[in-house]
Design a protein around this ligand. Sequence first.
Ligand code: IMP
Ligand code: MG
Length: 179
Amino acid sequence: MAKKEIIESILIPEDKLLKRVAELGEEINRDFEGEEVLLVGLLKGSVIFLSDLARKIKLPCMLDFMSVTSYGNDIESSGEVRFLKDLDSDINGKNVIIVEDIIDTGLTLREVIKVLKARNPKTLKVCTLLNKVSRRLVDVEVDYNGFDIPDAFVVGYGLDYAQKYRNLNYIGILKLIDE
Ligand code: IMP
Ligand code: MG
């Protein structure tokens, strides 16, 4: 049966997102005072968050991107991670901050951390906009966390369902209903 997609409710409105992103930027400014940072965005979900966050960072700052995907359908990840695009830059000796849209099971991030750690960055931190704590299957250390959210499928502000809804300026809860 065909499913209809509806935004059931707004979980985090734009003003709250922007306020929290500014706070995360300030935390990073404080923690890395006098240093340079490299933001590593995980495509594509992190791009909206990363572009707002980067503009709150007052340190010398570089941007790079990698693309990973987990096998599975649109709503549930299978836990197997596939690397689609690597970084352009060498992270050896750099202060690397992985910027992620959402941590769900933690499986994606665990693989990314493993790969990046092996390249000997000076420091490696994790910054996520959203954190679905109750869904965690593997432990990952989160250094900068925007919001803990309940176990619901969310879209907007970079997050997608079947590549749509990334352009919403808020985080909304998506429901699929039978037509
Ligand atoms: P994890 O490997 O289970 O932690 O999954 C992380 C990835 O799954 C995120 O980077 C998202 O791309 C995707 N994801 C997990 N939960 C959601 C959600 O509620 N909405 C949209 N994407 C999600
Ligand atoms: Mg993602």
